[in-house]
Design a protein around this ligand. Structure first.
Ligand code: GLN
Length: 234
């Protein structure tokens, strides 16, 4: 189980979301507060962002297979990485899964960044030539990309039917839109004046954080419109 975070709004630095908040992903990598599965998230990390400095609009990523707290360069570079849309994650590898940078979220199809919190039986997932690694999250990301993000709710229902014990919290963003699912794990939203944060757990004790209900599709368009749609499933 991992922890992830998404931002859609005005350009902000990666550090302002990940390492500066009292309980940001950096602290969640060794002391998460709401994690139900796994103790810490030491098996890698990743940040992806859409920046106006990248003229073709494609997302850029920085991923690692080592603990975020031990990265010698992250604290120096993260304040200089800015974007109006950011997806970041710290990873706790499930038993038997490879620990390598390409197994860390966010995954991408070149347009979307996608992270998965959870666990799914790999036998329930089709093999895809687009999978970036052989862990469940990479296979699930490839399936979601192959089916299309617009069919995310159907894909979650299909995977949940094939593995009723699966936990399927997804977070994806493409620069102008952010979508997420809650299926077995926590997710909270913070609506700020300059944008919206979706996060596995709040990065601080701001009373405006709202916990989102399980088994929902969450869609954030523009900077502040948050829509919730119940998911169907077994
Ligand atoms: N099943 C995931 C993996 O090992 C666990 C990490 C997560 O929650 N994404 O890749």
């Amino acid at each position: 189980m991992c922890r992830h975070l998404g931002w859609l709004g005005d350009p902000v630095s990666v550090a302002s979301l990940v390492s500066e908040p009292a309980n940001g992903l950096l602290v969640q990598s060794y002391a998460p507060r709401r994690q139900k599965h796994g103790l810490m998230n030491a098996d890698g990390w990743g940040v992806g962002f859409f920046s106006s400095d990248v003229p073709d609009g494609t997302p850029r990523r920085w991923r690692s297979a080592t603990p975020l707290w031990g990265d010698a360069s992250f604290a120096s570079v993260a304040p200089a990485l800015r974007g109006g849309c950011i997806v970041a994650a710290v990873r706790s590898a499930s038993i038997g899964m490879p620990i390598e940078a390409s197994a860390s979220a966010p995954f991408t199809d070149g347009q979307w960044l996608l992270s998965h919190n959870g666990l799914v039986d790999r036998a329930a997932l089709p093999l895809s030539p687009h999978a970036e690694s052989t862990n469940d999250s990479a296979l699930l990301a490839a399936l979601i990309f192959d089916r299309g993000i617009d069919r995310l709710a159907d894909t979650i229902a299909e995977v949940a039917a094939a593995d009723p014990a699966a936990r399927l919290n997804i977070l994806a963003a493409n620069g102008s839109r952010m979508v997420a699912t809650t299926w077995g794990d926590t997710l909270s939203v913070l609506s700020r004046a300059d944008g919206t944060v979706l996060a596995s757990e709040p990065y601080d004790d701001d009373p405006r954080w709202r916990e989102l209900p399980d088994r929902h599709l969450i869609s954030v368009d523009g900077a502040s419109d948050v829509e919730l749609i119940p998911l169907k499933g077994p």
